[in-house]
Ligand binder design. Structure first.
Ligand SMILES: NC(=O)c1ccc[n+]([C@@H]2O[C@H](COP(=O)([O-])OP(=O)(O)OC[C@H]3O[C@@H](n4cnc5c(N)ncnc54)[C@H](O)[C@@H]3O)[C@@H](O)[C@H]2O)c1
Length: 322
């Protein structure tokens, strides 16, 4: 079977990561790339031997088998629409938009056209996430405490609410997605933002947000997000069931189960490779283990947006069932 021809829309940080991974997959062929910043597309194309094309329309004329959309949150919409209309499998980075309307519209369109989709919530591909799920099987979750404690990433759009959606939507969404994977749906959130932007020029986001979460299955939880550090301190979740405490992050799982305690190390890169390998395998009709199709990411996005909305409104917000 011929190699799967992949096109990239957006050639920034995360596109470079996907290109590195895809270049290492035997069945994928990096074919063409477009970016509104031609220099970014040019640099990526040179590294991986791809063709630079001026826009999405030209990209879709390259005889592709699948397209990755790796644009910043505010830029979602037109690229995905064009890929779906072309009938091509679509991989899109999180967050899938800055609001719910565009994401809902694209989810409906992809569903209507029966398009294979995948979203970059790669934490679900961690072997330790499955291990945590197995440990929680039959043991109701009582408490979830999630945190994303980090710096402001070095991309200009990030500290602007209307461009990124803010730290909860843009960053802590990974934690919220894992919380949903391990503890189920969240019905209602209540959040507070500190009203103090990070010390970056033009920033208009809260540098710190805390939220409480009420899960459908009875668990309650918290989320803490801050971007006031110069480094990534921690991003992960702690989950408590009767007689069971789990602490999970990309680099490992720590378990205390009654009197038994142990840790399982995890290589974060494995999940980053798996999210691409699984998508390409699904495109080729060889596998079907895409863990976060667009419709699933829409639920995580709705939850993150509800947290952000609650912080703005200063009252609890029901999480829409999308
Ligand atoms: N899943 C993950 O672990 C992970 C990691 C990093 C980033 N991301 C996500 O990926 C997205 C992009 O992040 P990044 O770090 O690559 O940002 P970036 O700013 O480094 O790159 C984005 C690129 O998209 C280009 N672009 C903007 N609008 C475009 C458009 N309409 N058409 C084509 N290109 C366009 C920009 O010129 C830029 O080169 C963000 O939503 C981010 O959250 C996900």
């Amino acid at each position: 079977m011929a190699a799967t021809r992949v096109g990239l829309i957006g050639a920034g940080g995360v596109a470079q990561r996907h290109a590195r991974v895809l270049a290492g997959l035997p069945d994928a062929q990096l074919t063409a790339v477009t970016d509104v910043a031609p220099a970014a597309a040019g640099a990526l194309a040179e590294t991986y031997g791809m063709k630079v094309v001026p826009d999405v329309e030209a990209l879709l004329a390259e005889g592709l088998d699948a397209v990755y959309v790796c644009v910043p949150p505010f830029a979602h919409g037109p690229a995905e629409r064009a890929v779906i209309e072309a009938g091509l499998p679509l991989f899109v980075e999180k967050p899938i938009a800055v609001d719910l309307d565009i994401a809902r519209e694209l989810a409906a369109l992809a569903d209507e056209r029966k398009i294979l989709t995948a979203v970059g919530h790669h934490w679900r591909y961690l072997a330790i996430a499955d291990r945590a799920r197995a440990l929680l099987d039959g043991r109701p979750v009582r408490l979830v405490t999630g945190a994303w404690l980090d710096k402001v990433p070095p991309v200009g759009w990030w500290p602007h609410r209307d461009r990124s959606g803010g730290p909860v939507v843009e960053q802590a969404a990974h934690v919220l997605d894992l919380a949903r994977y391990l503890a189920g749906e969240v019905l209602e959130v209540s959040a507070v933002g500190n009203g103090v932007p990070p010390a970056v020029e033009g920033a208009d986001i809260d540098s710190t947000t805390v939220a409480t979460l009420r899960f459908a299955d009875g668990a309650i939880g918290t989320l803490a997000a801050t971007c006031v550090l110069g480094w990534k301190q921690r991003a992960g979740l702690e989950i408590f069931a009767d007689g069971l405490a789990l602490s999970i992050a990309e680099d490992g799982l720590t378990v205390r189960d009654g009197d038994e305690s142990y840790s399982v190390a995890s290589d974060p890169d494995e999940a980053r490779v798996a999210v691409d390998a699984t998508f390409i395998s699904a495109v080729r009709g060889e596998g079907d283990d895409v863990r976060v199709p667009y419709a699933e990411a829409l639920k995580t996005h709705a939850l993150a947006l509800a947290v952000a909305a609650s912080a703005v409104a200063g009252r609890p917000v029901a999480v829409p069932g999308v």
